[in-house]
Design a protein around this ligand. Structure first.
Ligand code: UDP
Length: 234
């Protein structure tokens, strides 16, 4: 597999072409951003942790019938994936109140939810990812109705699979963000599943083991990422 030209550089990853037009290489960087890119920093070895963790979780999901862009891990920081036309809708699944939901509803972080909450956001850096609903998605042509149905069903299935996966490892899956894309007529789960886009709390101490340590200057950021990886790989 020949790594070709750089196609796109995002906040946390770089995408390279390959000699196969259906496949691209994801390179995971250590750069971290928060608050719509207003806060910037480096989380040492984050790229390595996120590549390994995502690879393991995509494998786990694929083995259980979830269709993802994952092909294989290529190196410490590189993953081979199917090329996607990314759908500009972020799907957020929540099991426990945290972050923007705590603020919006005026409810304390850590409050359990009676039911799983699924939210949709328009993926747009200049607009700061505003929350949208299914009417917006259809009216603005962001995704077809059947595409959106697959995205929602897959997101809930991923939650049903990952809640016990993390629970067995002493971690509460508080909430997470998923992205999807089109590939040869299919909708595949894309992006990454890492502490950058998931809230993960230690079940016993309720300590945060995710990007909130960076966002909120809680310290021990690298340690938390490494600890999560170790548990995910166990
Ligand atoms: N999230 C993300 N990217 C975003 C927005 C949210 O990965 O652009 C993740 C975030 O890490 C958390 C979940 O989605 O695990 C819910 O985030 P929330 O809406 O509470 O927003 P935040 O408080 O992070 O701004």
């Amino acid at each position: 597999m020949e790594k070709g030209e750089r196609l796109y550089e995002g906040k946390a990853k770089i995408i390279y072409s390959t000699d196969d037009p259906d496949l691209v290489v994801l390179y995971f960087k250590d750069e971290a951003t928060a608050f719509d890119g207003k806060k910037k920093g480096i989380i040492e070895s984050k790229g390595v942790v996120n590549n390994r963790m995502s690879s393991r979780i995509f494998e786990y999901l694929e083995e259980r019938g979830v269709r993802t862009h994952f092909v294989k891990m290529l190196s410490e920081r590189e993953m081979l994936v199917r090329r996607l036309e990314i759908i500009p809708v972020e799907v957020i699944v929540r099991n426990v109140v945290a972050g923007s939901l705590a603020k919006r509803m005026g409810v304390e972080e850590g409050t359990p939810l009676k039911e799983t909450v699924l939210e949709l956001y328009y993926k747009s850096d200049p607009l700061g990812d505003p929350m949208i609903n299914e009417y917006h998605i259809k009216a603005f042509g962001l995704a077809e109705e059947d595409e959106l149905r697959v995205m929602k069903e897959t997101a809930l299935r991923v939650n049903d699979l990952l809640k016990p996966f993390f629970d067995e490892r002493g971690i509460i899956l508080v909430d997470f963000k998923l992205e999807f894309g089109r590939h040869r007529g299919d909708i595949l789960l894309g992006d990454e599943i890492t502490p950058d886009g998931c809230r993960l709390w230690d079940r016993e101490t309720k300590e945060k083991m995710d990007k909130d340590r960076f966002r909120r200057d809680l310290g021990r950021v690298e340690e938390a990422y490494r600890d999560v990886l170790e548990k995910v790989l166990s």
